[in-house]
Design a binder for this molecule. Sequence first.
Ligand SMILES: NC(=O)c1ccc[n+]([C@@H]2O[C@H](COP(=O)([O-])OP(=O)(O)OC[C@H]3O[C@@H](n4cnc5c(N)ncnc54)[C@H](O)[C@@H]3O)[C@@H](O)[C@H]2O)c1
Ligand SMILES: O=C(O)[C@H](O)COP(=O)(O)O
Length: 388
Amino acid sequence: MFKVHCLNSISNFGLKELNTRYSLTDSLVDADAFLVRSASLHEQEFNPQLQCIARAGAGVNNIPLERCSEKGIVVFNTPGANANGVKELVLAGLLLSCRDLVGGIEWCKKNANDEAIAKTVEKEKKNFSGIEIQGKTLGVIGLGAIGAKVANAATSLAMKVIGYDPYISIHAAWSLSSKVEHATEIQTLLEKADFITLHLPLTNDTKEMINESLFNIMKHGTVLLNFSRDTLVNEIDLKNAIEQGIIKKYITDFPNPTVMHLDNTLVLPHLGASTEEAEDNCAQMAVLEMMEYLEHGNIKNSVNYPNCDMGHCEATSRIALLHQNIPNMIGQITQVLAKEGINIANLINNSKGQVAYTLIDLENKIKDTTKNELESIQGVSKVRIIKM
Ligand SMILES: NC(=O)c1ccc[n+]([C@@H]2O[C@H](COP(=O)([O-])OP(=O)(O)OC[C@H]3O[C@@H](n4cnc5c(N)ncnc54)[C@H](O)[C@@H]3O)[C@@H](O)[C@H]2O)c1
Ligand SMILES: O=C(O)[C@H](O)COP(=O)(O)O
């Protein structure tokens, strides 16, 4: 029986995939797997039994990836599963930035009891007027699942679109409209864009990437949309850019004490992925990735371990080893098995950066003592017996 702990509420559409081999646990201590959305795990201790963490969503900056890799914990996310939900909210943000819709709605509410409102409004409406997006230039930074959808949608709304993504995947590149202009340097995008939207992950490399030096390249009166993460933007520099009129409007999905007090800023309550469809998609994908790993040892969409698919085990037993990507690991592993007279039916060894994953089907049963011996090889973080 596998025990699963949910750190956030996860859509039942995903949880109903769990079969009789699973139970939900309230305890973090005895869980084999965590399901999580945005809850932070940085301060969380991980028990030795924890095999994987499935993030029902895209961003994994709430998970200590390095510590998970050291402990042989596989972290999954759900690429693209909430991209349409975010795209639709970004389009809403784009339109909200053009006329003062929020101010206008507030004005109507405030004047609800004015019998002459139909007449007064015709004098007052100029206070909420604005511009159109048609013909304006949108700069999209990060052309992954969300950025590509936003870029394509904006071309359909008659915007000119420039995209910047030095690490674009082939899949994302194929999905982009040919109308999207490709910027090889971020400067080109910043110089031309009337609206800039951020769709890149928060990492050590991208933290506060949008700072004074980039604000200084932007056009006076740029609208900045941030539906990715708050700390991609240096908020002190943002405040200055707003005061200088470089940023005309900042639309963000991430409330924090600083942005709540900025002028010309519209803050949404982290709603990008909060649609029924996105929540269902993410939950289902996360649960299925977790089950495939726990039951069969196969890895799909991990952010810290390589993909690996050996199908379902037809041999007598299956073991998985999570280890460092260093020389002679396979030699040492097969030596232990050979010493025990265990014959290998099939073996996959894949690596990703500093770590590697070895999945082995065996023609003999595997004993606990063999598992212990494999665990004692230097550089092995975890050994799982998937089928005895
Ligand atoms: N507001 C929300 O509710 C919400 C929902 C989903 C995702 N997000 C955020 O959006 C981010 C992107 O999500 P996604 O699904 O599109 O992810 P994705 O992995 O499909 O795309 C991210 C893209 O950013 C690119 N990138 C990385 N570093 C870059 C850099 N320095 N400059 C330009 N591009 C760079 C990558 O090459 C990739 O193409 C997530 O990491 C998450 O933080 C927010
Ligand atoms: O990275 C993501 O997928 C989003 O920020 C969504 O987060 P949520 O699942 O907590 O809404």
